[in-house]
Ligand binder design. Structure first.
Ligand SMILES: *[C@@H]1O[C@H](CO)[C@@H](O)[C@H](O)[C@H]1NC(C)=O
Ligand SMILES: *[C@@H]1O[C@H](CO)[C@@H](O)[C@H](O)[C@H]1NC(C)=O
Ligand SMILES: *[C@@H]1O[C@H](CO)[C@@H](O)[C@H](O)[C@H]1NC(C)=O
Ligand SMILES: *[C@@H]1O[C@H](CO)[C@@H](O)[C@H](O)[C@H]1NC(C)=O
Length: 324
């Protein structure tokens, strides 16, 4: 009897300690497996098997009140040396994943991340990951924020991001992506940021992009050619347009600048025509190294801008350049 009671007490204390522990056992198991797949980096030495992964003693882990892991950040470690840990897919309640400045995290993005159906924010930035941006990314149905910038990603842009109904930010600059922007990108409803700069993207920009109304468009340092007038239009809400260092060829005199536009950089292209009147309302512009002509519009701050910002054009004139 005494022994039975003793065993019961042991059992109860076990139950009590596992309740107090909080962290969902599946999530803890997944985290410990991730640590193993990352080759047990010292950065994760606080991830100890016999402690509660939800009580804030674990580096980079945050849980929901239900004790499911919803936030994971692993960042700034040059020594962390491994391929992408596939067990990250085993955190079904994950809302936000941030892997940042891990230059020796290498390999491709594994298919297992498609299991993260609640994931809203995915940042894998400044790591050594390579290979294509897989089309299976479009299975992350809750995604609103996609940042895969400053990696070694190659291949073409995934064509099916339009299947993500809540996607607001596409941030893919500083990779080695090639090929054109898929026409389907004009049908991503709610994009507020499109950052594709410093890649090797090329070809003509699809007319469907006229449907976008994003706050920031940055296509700089690529090999795009032809028309880019679809990003303009008085009714748009765009604040920043950077198309610099491409091979774009269109008539600037025929575009209306968005009424909200503050920054415009079309430098180092083949843009011709005259500067639209709305340019005088900009806070900053750079139209150097193009084929623009005609008088710089008068008003706003534009006459105070440095002459460098207008240099190397065909025949721009008027203040701050010499009069026409
Ligand atoms: C978290 O767990 C550790 C290890 O079990 C323990 O030392 C610490 O007191 C706990 N912290 C909180 C806030 O519960
Ligand atoms: C990690 O990456 C950095 C930068 O790419 C490199 O200089 C360093 O040698 C790497 N460290 C290890 C341990 O491989
Ligand atoms: C679009 O984005 C805004 C905020 O950026 C958000 O309030 C709105 O719900 C989004 N609409 C859709 C259809 O996702
Ligand atoms: C304007 O653009 C040109 C060409 O891209 C560049 O060389 C120059 O530094 C830019 N000027 C400023 C002030 O950013």
């Amino acid at each position: 009897m005494a022994i039975k009671l003793f065993l019961l007490l042991i059992l109860l204390s076990h139950v009590a300690s596992s309740l107090a522990e909080g962290c969902h056992p599946q999530d803890k198991k997944a985290l410990l497996q991730i640590k193993k797949e990352l080759n047990n980096p010292t950065l994760l030495s606080s991830w100890k098997p016999h402690t509660d992964c939800c009580n804030s003693s674990w580096y980079g882990v945050n849980c929901l009140p239900s004790k499911r892991v919803y936030f994971l950040v692993i960042e700034i470690d040059n020594d962390l040396r491994s391929s992408f840990p596939p067990s990250i897919g085993n955190l079904p309640y994950l809302d936000s994943l941030l892997l940042y400045q891990l230059p020796n995290l290498t390999g491709a993005i594994p298919q297992s991340i498609t299991k993260l159906t609640k994931l809203r924010s995915l940042t894998i930035r400044a790591t050594g990951i390579s290979g294509p941006i897989p089309n299976f990314i479009a299975k992350l149905k809750s995604l609103t924020y996609l940042d895969l910038s400053e990696n070694h990603l190659s291949g073409t842009l995934p064509h099916n991001l339009y299947k993500l109904p809540n996607l607001e930010a596409i941030i893919l600059q500083n990779n080695i992506l090639t090929g054109p922007i898929p026409p389907s990108y004009g049908y991503i409803k709610n994009i507020s940021s499109l950052f594709l700069s410093h890649n090797k993207l090329s070809g003509k920009l699809p007319m469907s992009l006229a449907r976008l109304n994003s706050l920031v468009v940055d296509l700089s340092y690529n090999r795009f050619e032809g028309d880019a007038s679809m990003f303009f239009g008085f009714a748009k809400q765009t604040e920043t347009i950077d198309l610099s260092w491409n091979m774009l060829l269109f008539d600037m005199g025929r575009v209306e600048l968005p009424k909200t536009l503050k920054l415009l950089d079309v430098s180092h292209n083949r843009v011709y025509g005259k500067l639209p009147d709305g340019a005088k309302n900009l806070q900053w512009l750079n139209v150097s190294y193009n084929r623009l002509c005609g008088e710089i519009p008068k008003g706003g701050n534009i006459q105070t801008f440095s002459t460098n910002l207008f240099s190397h054009n065909k025949c721009l004139c008027g203040s701050p350049l010499p009069s026409c």
